[in-house]
Design a protein around this ligand. Sequence first.
Ligand SMILES: CC(=O)SCCNC(=O)CCNC(=O)[C@H](O)C(C)(C)COP(=O)(O)OP(=O)(O)OC[C@H]1O[C@@H](n2cnc3c(N)ncnc32)[C@H](O)[C@@H]1OP(=O)(O)O
Ligand SMILES: O=C([O-])CC(=O)C(=O)O
Length: 375
Amino acid sequence: MVQKALGGAGLRGQSAGETKLCTVGQSGSGLTYCGYDISELAEQATFEEVAYLLFHGELPNREQLAAYHDTLHNLRELPEALKAVLELIPADAHPMDVMRTGVSMLGNLETEANFSQQQQHSDRLLATLPGIICYWYRFSHDGVRISTQSSANSIAGHFLELLHGKPADPLHEQVMQCSLILYAEHEFNASTFTGRVIASTLSDIHSAVSGAIGALRGPLHGGANEAAMAMIENWTSAEQAETEIMAMLARKDKIMGFGHAIYRTSDPRNALIKAWSKKLSEATGDKHLYAVSERVETVMWREKELFCNADFFHASAYHFMNIPTPLFTPIFVCSRVSGWAAHIMEQRANNRIIRPSADYTGSEPRSYLPIEQRN
Ligand SMILES: CC(=O)SCCNC(=O)CCNC(=O)[C@H](O)C(C)(C)COP(=O)(O)OP(=O)(O)OC[C@H]1O[C@@H](n2cnc3c(N)ncnc32)[C@H](O)[C@@H]1OP(=O)(O)O
Ligand SMILES: O=C([O-])CC(=O)C(=O)O
């Protein structure tokens, strides 16, 4: 007899395992990575410190962090065969498909033969993902074969330098550091859970990360930052935004970048990225995008008590940094790969294959009907 699913559709409210990596409080506070509050990390740490924390459970000291930077720096080069595959992918491909293919191809070239090398494979993914997306993007859009080395010490600066072909503006690098920290980890979200399910079969890390990328691609998850941008870029004033949002709500449209499966009143990452979006708006002389975004936030709360999740103000922040909209979700991948890899390692350390049950709602048992007797 199958037990009735607790918490209803979407496994909501059910614990599906243990983790030491992250807590997600429902009330809009309580997001911690290995015990550290997200605000402290976002305001004071670097993304490399956070990745190290997720992998080792402790923040690095000065020497450990310097050594980790060197490790990641030395892993940036892409294999020639991977570049050749990236050159075959058309310019109009979905960049998340490029990420998925890039990780899968890397797994063909540098297969994880056994789990003793899992940290090295995790670091390699962290170091190469910015190069994978930027190499493809610059080749397919500008016809340039870029070097995947850069002068930047940080992954944040490295991504921006590869994309724009020049060292990153210091303000932009700071914002990108914060963004990568905010996106790094979030407990048993859909993509991380996908990765853990794959890891639980004792599959390899490239398969688990490719699957996680597929889950993150959808607009109900990571794809919402791009979908939010596609919405707000149509509006040139706060008043127009309010009118359009009211019409969308009347039609019962989903408003991308709002709501959350766990948080009920706010997403603690929103205030942090929103503050950077405001600063960037002032720095770039933005005339309306920030005002449009703020008005959408006000109307959504007033009408539906729905709040911005991590994705909404990321849209305007990335736009102000001249990042093309289709690359928004791939940046999420460059960050979340740290959380995915940490979860894959945690799953392997205490593994049992993840295999829940289902409530059967189909036909009563019946006899097979030969095809000539069917209508
Ligand atoms: C980094 C991240 O992945 S954050 C999430 C990014 N995704 C988005 O921004 C997409 C838009 N948001 C959504 O689709 C949802 O809020 C999700 C997928 C994030 C969470 O889904 P759920 O857990 O099913 O939402 P929840 O149970 O809170 O929904 C309650 C009600 O609010 C509605 N609702 C929730 N979010 C929205 C929204 N963004 N716009 C309009 N209505 C919404 C739901 O349709 C539901 O209404 P119903 O009861 O009439 O069906
Ligand atoms: O936790 C979730 O369901 C989605 C989310 O915010 C994330 O993955 O960052």
